[in-house]
Design a protein around this ligand. Structure first.
Ligand code: NA7
Length: 537
């Protein structure tokens, strides 16, 4: 045990993004516990603290990308744009942290290097790289789903004479692209957001694409004063809708099947939705994620739009050589991504056929022998998503069990909230919960509240530990896989939802695809049945 009482807490929370901040507020201010948040960055923000790359912007509309647990907090903040940019999200999170007086209990610049469960004293022992050791009865991970960078193990990276950066750990003082030959690897949400912005600054931008993605215009714009007033006025309705929808957004999916809609009507509806832009485009029909014919209607429409936008037919062909159904990989919205390929200083290289073989001192070489001279390489290569941030924490449960070993074949959890053999460990937006398939703040609030209630329950009945039973874990795994199998999501073989982007990672569908509303009901039902599936001892 640590020698000083300062290092002993009721709860340690790892991470000070949306999740860690709210969990701190609930445990400290509502439950009266002694809580410390350990945060690797020098400020709040979590994933947003690190993702400062050019064009970094949220894909959820600003009025829904915020806390909704407090009307007064919600109504005391005005967003400026339809989709908030990274600096504005950072301002918002700092504002929320100050309003709730959170920073005094967040220890910044503190990287957790491991944690182990001490069965004798029934607490977690948390090690940090630079700030000693802590103990806590409860350990709560609020480390996000996309915080463990995936940097492909390219031969020769160390030899590169220029600058290389992963978008998830962007330098605080930015990167100067002017007059530079820039290579950008990856065309997921990040690459799609960064491409138009870097293209405007760089001398030349070469985008290295392995798999093309569908994308819909975001049609971002400043918010009118009327709109700002109306979201405050309609707070209750917005918050209620976000809790009731499958995806945690304030808009629902239309009750209309594409396959039962005439071609003319399909075209009219899709064109109207395309003009509105944003994630709602997916919501025009309710069968696109379950019916290949319905999905094809969307895919064909988006493909046509891309081909109409991109002038060079060869580039357009590469950008539309999709290997998956529409929206079965993380859907993307963009600001002039496809138009950017009409610029003289932008080129697209397909690295599916001829993969990147080596980073050289001067740039990179693909397997067909072509060498690209570059001054800067941007890795928009994504993350070891959902499980990576947790397995990299070096968590050791009962009997020396490591989380990495327990999850060798894929994550095993109950409700994405707890892992058998890891008592009193709670994982906010953990694998097998809706997490990345939803608007994150909604999933985060639901988890943080569930965890606070569970801790209250443990204390009220005078127990010391909570963990799931193996039966509950196995049954939940079946439900998670069943929910994914019921959709086309499972067919996207190159998706990070399936762990496909990280070599050697098991191919298991990671989030719960049954929808946020259904998941919330399941979690509430578990509580009503006296925490069914958990051992509270
Ligand atoms: P993503 O969506 O995982 O995209 C990463 C991109 O990097 C994707 O196009 C990958 O191609 C590509 N990639 C990864 N490894 C390589 C190698 N070795 N060679 C070439 N290309 C590669 O990450 P993002 O950061 O864009 O987005 C993450 C999430 O952040 C996003 O979904 C939102 O939730 C916010 P692939 O498709 O695997 O063939």
């Amino acid at each position: 045990m640590p020698e000083t009482s300062e290092a002993q807490f009721d709860a340690i929370v790892i991470g000070a993004g949306f999740a860690g901040m709210y969990q701190l507020h609930l445990l400290r201010d509502k439950l009266g516990l002694k809580v410390r948040v350990l945060e690797q960055g020098s400020g709040v923000g979590g994933t947003w603290y690190w993702n400062r790359y050019p064009g970094a912007r949220c894909d959820t509309e600003s009025h829904a990308y915020c806390y909704t647990f407090s009307e007064s907090l919600y109504c005391s903040w005005d967003w400026s744009e339809r989709y908030p940019e990274q600096p504005e999200i950072m301002r918002y999170l700092n504002f929320a942290a100050d309003q709730l007086d959170l920073k005094k209990d967040i220890q910044f610049d503190t990287r957790v290097s491991g944690a182990s469960w001490d069965e004798d004293v029934r607490c977690w022992r948390i090690m940090t790289e630079n700030h000693g050791e802590y103990t806590a009865r409860f350990l709560i991970t609020a480390v996000g789903c996309l915080s463990a960078a995936n940097i492909p193990n390219f031969k020769g990276l160390d030899s590169f004479k220029g600058q290389w950066i992963h978008t998830g750990s962007w330098p605080q003082d930015g990167v100067d692209f002017s007059g530079k030959r820039v290579g950008l690897i990856g065309t997921g949400s990040t690459g799609v957001q960064a491409t138009p912005v870097i293209a405007k600054e760089a001398d030349h931008l070469t985008v290295f694409q392995r798999t093309p993605n569908y994308s819909v215009p975001a049609r971002n714009a400043p918010l009118t004063e009327d709109f700002k007033r109306s979201v405050h006025k309609n707070f209750e309705e917005i918050a209620r809708n976000m809790k009731a929808t499958t995806n945690g957004h304030p808009w629902g999916v239309e009750n209309r099947r594409a396959v039962e809609t005439s071609a003319d009507e399909q075209e009219r509806l899709l064109e109207a939705a395309w003009q509105v832009g944003g994630m709602q485009f997916r919501a025009v029909f309710n069968d696109i994620m379950v019916d290949e014919a319905a999905n094809k209607v969307m895919a064909d429409f988006v493909t046509r739009k891309i081909r109409e936008t991109v002038k060079d037919p060869i580039t357009a062909e590469k950008l539309t050589a999709f290997d998956h159904h529409y929206s079965t990989k993380r859907p993307i919205i963009d600001s002039h991504y496809f138009e950017t390929y009409n610029r003289e200083n932008v080129s697209l290289v397909d690295v599916k056929e001829a993969p990147i073989e080596e980073i050289t001192p001067r740039g990179l070489r693909t397997s067909d022998g072509t060498e690209y001279d570059l001054d800067i390489i941007v890795f928009a290569t994504g993350y070891d998503g959902v499980t990576g941030p947790l397995t990299r924490l070096n968590l050791i449960g009962r009997d020396g069990l490591s989380l990495g070993d327990v999850w060798q074949e894929g994550p095993k959890t109950y409700l994405g909230l707890q892992v058998e053999g890891f008592p009193n460990l709670f994982t906010i937006t953990g694998p097998q919960s809706p997490s990345v398939l939803t608007n994150m703040p909604v999933a985060i609030e639901q988890h943080a509240e569930w965890i606070a209630n569970a801790i209250t329950h443990i204390d009220q009945i005078g127990a010391s530990c909570m963990e799931p039973t193996s039966t509950a874990v196995n049954e939940w795994e079946t439900q998670v896989q069943k929910a994914a199998q019921a959709t086309l999501l499972i067919t996207a073989k190159s998706s990070w939802y399936l762990g496909a982007n990280v070599p050697g990672k098991p191919r298991v569908f990671l989030p719960y695809a049954g929808g946020m509303a259904r998941y919330r009901d399941i979690c509430e039902d578990v509580v009503e049945q006296n925490y069914k599936g958990f051992k509270v001892a």
